[in-house]
Ligand binder design. Structure first.
Ligand code: G6Q
Length: 415
């Protein structure tokens, strides 16, 4: 399958022959977040003649601006759905096909392909080119499979294999390295330490690389969908907290927004910095500033600032109505706020593969210690079932059997 998928990717990358200029991935959750994170992360390796778009939300405001300006003859749609039944993805795939036909598109079989385990449903949609993967692969762990097709088209077969090689090297490291040097195991243990011994309820991820702007979203799914559970493998309630809230933005942007809370807020939130030593651009001055900022934030969180130190400093922007001692109290930083810095030499297909595999094994480590099932996601299912029940009620207004709150909102939406 890998060979077939990479061979296909190369035919699309031959843009003179394929005529393709835009690739639109239609998928949601695990069939979206991996490639959506990885394509910008590896921007320096992306085919210059191709543009990539990701449509996930069933909200028409997602696909509408993507389709605007596209030409059917230059567009390849990848319908990415393990089950090929996910409501959002199917709705967007139908909207894309309607747009394609309404705008003079011909040869649907060439312009729509699927990455799915449900070849039959894809064929019924009119898709004949499909790339499969095992049905036991959870979406959030599926970047390495056919779900990685948009990335493979973006960076090419050789670089995609390098991504897999980096992940494999991390797999071996996790399996073989002694615990004291085992990065995913140590980070998994740290997660348990922070969550259960310090009772910290969240962790902020701060990638100091703009290409990793979607990494926090990717990790939100990987960690919170895997370990956001309240019962053990046998279904017994767990007597301790599990997955923290994972959140963040790329540095330095976060510094000018919520870092205030990280430094001086009432809760302690461990921060994970990701610094990349060598950029793929030539703007050395900017990169030095970026790195200095990342280091400074970790340093400030750790060292803080005493009231005595603050007293000794001038604060020209402080209110003139406040006395120096009061101002110094506001300018005190408690410090001793933990952070971890992950340092990459360069962001390449290989190092990204290793980084993502590291996060997977880390999630497995903490999930195993907590004794929960990191590989199910029943929390996603309930909402899906209720939405299916509510959809016809939006049209009919039938509120029979509904709770008062939902019935009231339904009525307002229909009025
Ligand atoms: C991931 C989850 C979930 C899944 C989506 C899309 O681990 O299972 O995010 O990936 O619901 O499912 P399909 O690929 O079947 O459309």
């Amino acid at each position: 399958m890998l060979d077939a998928m990479l061979a296909y990717a190369e035919t699309v990358r031959d843009t003179a022959a394929s005529g393709i200029r835009h690739v639109v991935n239609i998928g949601i959750g695990g069939s979206d977040l991996g490639p959506q994170m990885a394509v910008p992360a590896l921007d320096a390796f992306v085919h210059p003649g191709l543009q990539f778009h990701f449509v996930a939300n069933v909200d028409g405001h997602d696909i509408t601006p993507v389709l605007r300006g596209l030409k059917p003859a230059e567009t390849l749609f990848i319908v990415a759905s393990k089950t090929f039944t996910t409501q959002e993805t199917m709705a967007n795939a139908h909207a894309a096909r309607a747009w394609f036909l309404a705008n003079g598109g011909t040869d649907t079989a060439k312009h729509f392909v699927a990455t799915t385990t449900n070849v039959k449903a894809a064929a019924e949609f009119g898709i004949t080119t499909t790339f499969g993967f095992w049905d036991w692969v959870g979406g959030r762990y599926s970047l390495w499979s056919a779900i990685g097709l948009p990335l493979a088209i973006a960076i090419g077969a050789e670089h995609f294999r390098a991504l897999l090689a980096g992940a494999h090297a991390m797999d071996r490291h996790f399996a073989e390295a002694p615990l004291g040097k085992n990065v995913p195991a140590l980070l998994g243990l740290l997660d348990v330490w922070y969550r259960n011994f310090h009772r910290f309820t969240s962790r902020s991820v701060a990638p100091y690389h703009q290409g990793l702007k979607r990494l926090p979203a990717y990790l939100q799914q990987l960690e919170m969908e895997s370990n956001g559970k309240r019962v053990d493998l046998e279904g017994a309630p767990l007597p301790f907290g599990t997955s923290p809230v994972v959140w963040g933005e790329p540095g330095t942007n976060g510094q000018h927004a919520y870092f205030q809370m990280l430094h001086q807020g009432s809760d302690v939130i461990p921060v994970e910095f990701i610094l990349v030593k060598r950029p793929t651009h030539a703007l050395a001055e900017l990169h030095a500033k970026l790195l200095a900022n990342g280091l400074a934030q970790a340093q400030a969180l750790m060292l803080g600032k005493t009231t005595g130190q603050a007293m000794g400093e001038r604060a020209p922007t402080a209110s003139k109505q406040l006395d120096a001692a009061t101002i110094a109290k506001h300018r005190t930083f408690p410090g001793n706020r933990p952070s971890t810095t992950l340092l990459l030499d360069q962001l390449t297909p290989r190092s990204l593969g290793a980084l993502i595999a590291m996060y997977e094994h880390r999630v497995f480590t903490s999930g195993a210690i907590w004794g929960l099932n990191s590989f199910d996601q029943w929390g996603v299912e309930l909402g899906k079932a209720l939405a299916s029940d509510l959809l016809p009620r939006l049209a009919s207004g039938d509120a029979a059997g509904l709770d008062a709150s939902t019935a009231g909102l339904l009525e307002r939406l229909r009025s």
